[in-house]
Design a protein around this ligand. Structure first.
Ligand SMILES: NC(=O)c1ccc[n+]([C@@H]2O[C@H](COP(=O)([O-])OP(=O)(O)OC[C@H]3O[C@@H](n4cnc5c(N)ncnc54)[C@H](OP(=O)(O)O)[C@@H]3O)[C@@H](O)[C@H]2O)c1
Length: 265
């Protein structure tokens, strides 16, 4: 039976490859990205997928998207969270959040929470959060928005740790939560950089990174056959142990609930 699969960041790299795979299998794929350029790429490579344009670093656009998807799709089988941008310099969204935090943390929490109803209606629902699980990183509780001493890697690592904590905090009777770290995959990693660094990153990625075609099958397998456990963590196809302080997980979830609620009210 055809499944309904929502993929944020489904217009490039791993997300786009998953969009193509699942449309070829006859599934209904909704791929979300912020640019028309991404939509054009998707139409070329996965013409059966539906492109939805939305800036997912915006909480209000995320809320509108979630409402639209919930009304159009009573059941959603898989939610793949893959929208990401590596921000070399600190930028703030129109709603006043540091961009990496908005896209990598707030958006992912809002998508998972907002689509809870349609996910629970599917026969074997799964959330696959493509992230940097198992690589360290910490929450900067004294400066969540990284206003002082911003570094792109610090923001990325904080987002990765937040993903682990929010995965651990996610509660569902039926929907399985998968944290998946693909580690190093040749996608658009070079794009944020200027020349000559851009060329070097591209070259390193061509030599050392895993091709997208190799990275996708273990992720697709988790969509096809969600694990039995409520939360599992994977690194390049292998399960890994995750250590999470449940108090910190609850604290982060409460903080995000409060931040998003006040930004959206
Ligand atoms: N590639 C790796 O080596 C690697 C390693 C570890 C983890 N990961 C994780 O795997 C996931 C996929 O990575 P990837 O390398 O395949 O990604 P990618 O090729 O860089 O694609 C990123 C996607 O996110 C979308 N996006 C960015 N900003 C957005 C916004 N504001 N609103 C909506 N969509 C937005 C992009 O579309 P637009 O540009 O059109 O917005 C694009 O579809 C990410 O979550 C990443 O953290 C990747």
């Amino acid at each position: 039976m055809a499944r309904t699969i929502v993929i944020t960041g489904g217009t490039s790299g791993i997300g786009k490859a998953l969009a193509r795979r699942h449309t070829e299998l006859g599934d209904h794929v909704i791929a979300v990205g912020s640019s028309e350029e991404g939509g054009r790429r998707l139409r070329e490579e996965a013409p059966g997928a539906r492109f939805v344009r939305s800036d997912l670093s915006s909480l209000s656009q995320t809320r509108d998207l979630v409402e639209r998807l919930s009304s159009e799709h009573p059941a959603i089988d898989a939610l793949v969270l893959a929208a990401f941008r590596f921000n070399l310099a600190r930028t703030e969204t129109g709603e006043g959040f540091e961009h990496t935090f908005a896209l990598y943390v707030l958006n992912r929490w809002l998508m998972a929470e907002g689509l809870r109803g349609p996910l629970e209606n599917a026969p074997a629902p799964v959330i696959v959060n493509l992230c940097g699980a198992g690589q360290g990183g910490r929450i900067h509780w004294d400066d969540l928005q990284l206003k002082s001493g911003y570094r792109a890697l610090t923001a990325t690592m904080q987002g990765a740790r937040a993903g682990e904590l929010l995965g651990a905090a996610y509660r569902s009777e039926r929907t399985k939560y998968v944290l998946y770290n693909p580690v190093y995959v040749a996608t658009a990693l070079h794009e944020p950089f200027r020349q000559p660094l851009r060329g070097l990153v591209r070259l390193a990625s061509a030599i050392f990174a895993q091709p997208v075609a190799k990275a996708v099958p273990p992720i697709a397998a988790l969509i096809d056959h969600p694990p039995a456990e409520p939360l599992t963590t994977w690194k390049k196809g292998k399960p890994i142990d995750l250590t999470v302080d449940p108090d910190e997980a609850r604290r982060l979830e409460e903080t995000i609930r409060t931040l998003t609620h006040s930004a959206l009210s």
